[in-house]
Design a protein. Structure first.
Lengths: 99, 506
């Protein structure tokens, strides 16, 4: 099984939106390598013909009656927001300079 | 009044319902106990004094009017794990990213507790987002094991289990994704039950690994756990994975078990859960427990579950994968922490800075591990293969339950380890879940019942009993029978042997 490099961990952190520090990268790279080597044993099981299980309870879609029922009020929904303005979530800019 | 905190939930309920005690007196006694010892054990993240007293007074008012108790546990206090939402009461999941968050709604478990007149004392400490086996991953500091202050109370629900062993609450709620109810129960000498997946609603349980997470009861006796299970369990239309069927007769099974007769019950000993990595005292306690089951009339057989050795690796791929997806919701936009905002920062900059500041090391490890396991090129070898192992673990259970009505093992391979001992060694920490994860992968039910103290270190050991999905009642029958026999042989319940705790100002 391939080991995981410091650069790969930095890439994972970018994908996962984690601004990890250089020091953390050193620590995590070593630890993730150890963990991945340990869990890679799942590959030892010959399981070509085995169906995957994603869920313990085999359920298909569960529907409810299509009727209106109360939800959160706008005030309730915004109450925990880091910033709100004019009854909406206020967020930092979502487009870059070049866009 | 100090003795009130030593009573079981069933005893408290009886005294409250016959008006020998008021619910307010009982609640106040527990609040006083929390005030006295919580600086020492640190099991609560938030104590809701006013809310608890108001709930207790409401129960008293109804009983004083001559109305029937709302439930068999009306008026009994409880400690709620801080991963279940509580309307108007902070819910942090042990994380800085949710520090100070006050949910606008109750989890179904919370709502059912309130409707049953159970008095919620406060929210208990936990590993951040329930990731951990020691409660050291809480952003708000570790909980201490009442048996030994230098040791962990297990995790992730160490606050819940320790609150029981510290006599701060007679009942608690935990959540079990890979053992987070059972392993803390084992290392604190208390009872913990992971119900069948779908048996207790996940609505309002802050999601970590959705296909594995399951809330359940924690208590000091099997009967108390059964009474609590019936209050919180059953179908909930708000959770699409909730089982639409009545609960099995759990309390009845616990009462039947108390007759200590297991004639005709086939008990399977899982041969894979022994040997290297198992503490000798834990092994001996387990063997003695099996002898007790045999003496109660059970037929003991050995069963092999060959794929259980792959359960832990599969678990530590499936769980981080679901975690990385679930925790994407913490994006600094709608709730929780936001840092790093300046004039020209983008939403993505703020998101990255917030998640870096708001999540602890274990959460970051699991998010990155899951991101890896789900990425193209690695998906088949890791996540895909783990899902196939999950099928094989379930098949092993099916075959084993053809030969036995319940399966038994130690709950966790060692007694409580020292605080700090495993924090820099994730795999050592993960191995605490070795015996508990198969039931999460397969979704069946399991309990941990105290099996005495390990002869080499004097710390509690747990006996795990596993039952097929939807057969939770078997856990209670076998667990109660074993508990009665063990208590009889050793002169009382194990938990009363907890040392006196240091009290504030004492």
């Amino acid at each position: 099984m391939p080991s995981i490099s410091r650069d790969e961990v930095a890439h994972l952190a970018r994908l996962a939106r984690l601004a990890v520090t250089e020091e953390e990268l050193d620590t995590f790279a070593g630890q993730l390598d150890v963990i991945l080597r340990s869990v890679a044993s799942v590959g030892e099981v010959a399981a070509e013909e085995i169906p995957p299980t994603s869920h313990a309870v085999p359920l298909t879609n569960v529907f409810r009656d299509d009727v209106v029922r109360p939800g959160l009020t706008r005030e309730q929904a915004l109450a925990g927001a880091p910033a709100a303005e004019d009854g909406r979530f206020r967020v930092p800019r979502i487009l870059g300079e070049e866009q | 009044m100090s003795d009130v905190t030593r009573l079981t939930a069933a005893e408290l309920a009886e005294k409250i319902h016959t008006r020998e005690l008021t619910a307010e007196q009982v609640t106040q006694a527990h609040l006083d106990r929390i005030g006295a010892v919580d600086d020492f054990v640190h099991t609560f993240l938030h104590v809701d004094t006013e809310g608890a007293l108001a709930a207790a007074r409401a129960v008293d008012a109804e009983l004083d009017e001559g109305r029937a108790p709302r439930s068999p546990l009306a008026g009994v206090p409880l400690a709620l794990k801080d991963v279940l939402t509580t309307d108007g009461v902070p819910t942090t999941c042990g994380s800085r990213i949710l520090e100070g968050w006050v949910p606008p709604y109750d989890a179904t478990v919370t709502r059912r507790l309130r409707e049953a007149g159970v008095v919620i004392l406060g929210k208990t400490n936990m590993d951040e987002f329930a990731m951990g086996s020691s409660t050291e991953n809480s952003a708000f500091g570790p909980t201490h094991n009442p048996w030994d202050h230098a040791r962990v109370p297990g995790g992730s629900g160490g606050g819940s289990s320790a609150s029981l062993a510290a006599f701060e609450a007679p009942l608690a709620i935990g959540t079990d994704t890979g053992g987070s109810i059972r392993q803390p129960g084992a290392v604190t000498g208390t009872v913990g039950v992971k119900p069948t997946y779908g048996g207790v609603s996940r609505y309002g349980l802050v999601a970590f690994s959705s296909s594995l997470d399951q809330a359940g009861p924690c208590a000091r006796t099997v009967l108390d756990a059964a009474l609590l299970h019936e209050v919180i369990g059953g179908h909930d239309p708000m959770d699409s994975t909730s089982i639409d069927a009545p609960l099995p007769p759990i309390v009845e099974a616990a009462r039947r078990g108390a007759s200590a007769d297991l004639s005709g019950v086939r008990v399977g000993v899982v041969s894979e859960f022994a040997g290297e990595g198992y503490q000798a005292g834990v092994q001996r306690s387990f063997e003695a427990a099996v002898d007790v089951l045999r003496s109660l009339g059970a037929e003991v057989v050995e069963v092999s579950c060959p794929h259980f050795v792959y359960a832990l690796p599969a678990y530590y791929l499936i769980n981080p994968s679901e975690c990385s997806s679930n925790l994407a919701r913490f994006d600094a936009m709608r709730y929780g922490l936001r840092v790093g905002e300046s004039g020209d920062s983008s939403a993505e900059d703020v998101m990255r800075a917030t998640r870096e500041a708001g999540f602890g090391a274990e959460v970051k490890r699991r998010i990155m591990l899951g991101t890896f396991a789900l990425s193209s090129g690695y998906y088949d070898a890791y996540y895909g293969q783990a899902q196939k192992v999950r099928t094989l673990v379930t098949r092993d259970f099916d075959a084993a339950f053809d030969k036995a009505d319940v399966l038994v093992s130690p709950t966790t391979p060692t007694t409580a380890f020292k605080i700090g001992e495993r924090v820099d060694d994730p795999m050592a920490m993960y191995r605490a879940d070795l015996c508990t994860v198969p039931a999460n992968l397969a979704g069946n039910a399991a309990i941990s019942v105290p099996s005495g103290l390990s002869d080499e270190d004097g710390l509690p050991v747990g006996l795990q009993v596993m039952a097929p999905a939807l057969a939770d009642d078997r856990l209670y029958r076998v667990g109660a029978a074993y508990e009665v026999a063990r208590d009889r042989a050793s002169g009382g319940s194990l938990v009363y042997r907890v040392p006196e705790l240091r009290e504030s100002g004492a």
